[in-house]
Design a protein. Structure first.
Length: 167
């Protein structure tokens, strides 16, 4: 069974600082280049899927945050699902803040690139990220580009709190 905790997904995808890119397309392409190797992942197909999704509507959600996912959970050569590969989330901090057509007009300083296996998993990850970004403590960490360890620790703390509240 795949650990679906957001902290684990980000550890798998990495926290990347000062990622170059003059706009969303370049930043997404550069972020994909930083992902760990995934045997069945075709980086060009993944980029195309994410850009197709971005064309539908901007994934900039406001407060300087963007959450670009692929349009569908299929990114292998010929469209094979990534059943053999675990999902991941790459957290990246662009070298310069970017215009991402956010609803509030803010420039994006933080991007969570989500690569999930199913729509259900994608929605679960989105809801966790959205909730965390509404919390001032977590938002301050990402706005300040805090060290990876501090960000992961804050996410684990939140997830442990959520787990205790469900029991």
């Amino acid at each position: 069974m795949i650990d679906g905790s957001l902290a684990t997904l980000i550890e798998r995808g990495g926290v990347h600082y000062n990622v170059p890119g003059a706009g969303p397309k370049e930043l997404i392409a550069n972020t994909i280049g930083l992902l760990p190797p995934i045997p069945v992942l075709d980086p060009e197909s993944l980029l195309r899927e994410i850009l197709d999704r971005e064309e539908l509507v901007s994934t900039g959600i406001g407060k300087g945050i963007a959450l670009p996912p692929p349009r569908s959970p299929r990114w292998g050569e010929g469209g094979e699902p990534l059943d053999a590969s675990p999902p991941l989330v790459a957290l990246c901090f662009p070298a310069v803040s970017l215009d991402w057509s956010t609803p509030d007009g803010s420039r994006v300083h933080t991007v969570f690139l989500i690569v999930s296996l199913t729509a259900k998993q994608h929605l679960d990850v989105l809801s966790k990220i959205n909730f965390l970004c509404q919390q001032e403590k977590f938002y301050s960490l990402i706005k300040a580009r805090s060290p990876k360890e501090e960000i992961i620790s804050a996410i684990r703390e939140a997830e442990n709190t959520w787990a205790r509240s469900v029991v």
